[in-house]
Design a protein around this ligand. Structure first.
Ligand code: NDP
Length: 229
């Protein structure tokens, strides 16, 4: 039975990943920091670990909790937008700390712990498969940037993109990618967003099933098309 690890799965896109992988008969290991998240994930039949991804002790503890695991797919979903801004409005340090800790520090603590378990699955599959995806955002693309809205969020995801690329360089056999989920109707994306979590995750799961080592270090849209860094 294939195994998926979903980090930040209490709601939104992460919860939808857990739902869809479970519906397809996968074993799902998921993390959440809330009671509501735990209840929702347990109702899906996922194995749940409580984890605030900005807590160094808790992230380190995840290491021994997943010791010996092999993840065919690992998806890092946790993220925050922070205060929404238009133009280059001064950023408050509290907001900076929250956004950077969540979107950059969390992945920098967790990805080194998760990568070996994805490498293990890749090895078990004879070098084929084994994908580690991190949800970035098209808003972080310097190649496409034409707006200065939400500049703290953009800066955090641009820093995250470096973290993802570095992780891809470290991967020996697994495929590590940055994924843009689309503009998705979640608490973050809001009710006016273009696509449902169901469609976004369905498409990203197709991407994850189809990518190979040639895609290692790529920045991909939910439909599989490449996005300029
Ligand atoms: P939501 O706001 O709906 O959900 C965010 C998730 O991240 C929640 O499960 C939340 O948990 C979790 N999270 C936040 N901080 C932490 C933390 N410190 N520790 C553990 N979990 C945490 O967002 P989406 O589902 O829409 O977004 C998922 C990812 O996709 C994010 O990284 C986002 O930046 C990215 N993205 C989303 C887009 C969209 O349009 N929705 C567009 C582009 C990228 P909790 O319930 O405990 O707060």
């Amino acid at each position: 039975m294939p195994v998926a690890l979903i980090l930040g799965a209490s709601r939104g896109i992460g919860l939808e990943f857990a739902r869809q992988y479970r519906a397809d008969g996968w074993r799902v290991v998921a993390t959440t920091r809330s009671d509501d998240g735990q209840r929702a994930l347990e109702a899906l039949g996922a194995e749940v670990h409580r984890l605030d991804l900005t807590d160094p002790t808790a992230v380190a503890a995840l290491g021994w909790k997943i010791d010996g695991e092999a993840f065919d797919a690992a998806i890092y979903c946790a993220g925050v937008m922070g205060m929404r801004t238009h133009g280059i409005q001064p950023v408050h340090q509290d907001n900076f700390d929250t956004v950077m800790r969540t979107n950059v520090l969390g992945p920098m603590m967790a990805l080194p712990i998760i990568l070996p378990a994805v490498e293990a699955a890749t090895q078990a599959r004879g070098g084929k498969g084994g994908a580690l995806a991190v949800l970035s955002s098209r808003m972080a693309s310097l190649g496409e940037m034409e707006s200065n809205s939400n500049w703290l969020y953009r800066a955090s995801k641009a820093a995250l993109n470096v973290v993802i690329k570095a992780t891809a360089l470290e991967a020996q056999q697994a495929t590590v990618v940055a994924l843009h989920p689309g503009w998705v109707r979640t608490d973050m994306g809001g009710p006016l967003a273009e696509i449902s979590p169901k469609r976004s995750v369905t498409e990203m799961r197709i991407v994850l099933a189809e990518i190979s080592r040639a895609h290692n270090g790529a920045f991909l849209n939910h439909d599989g098309n490449a996005i300029p860094w």
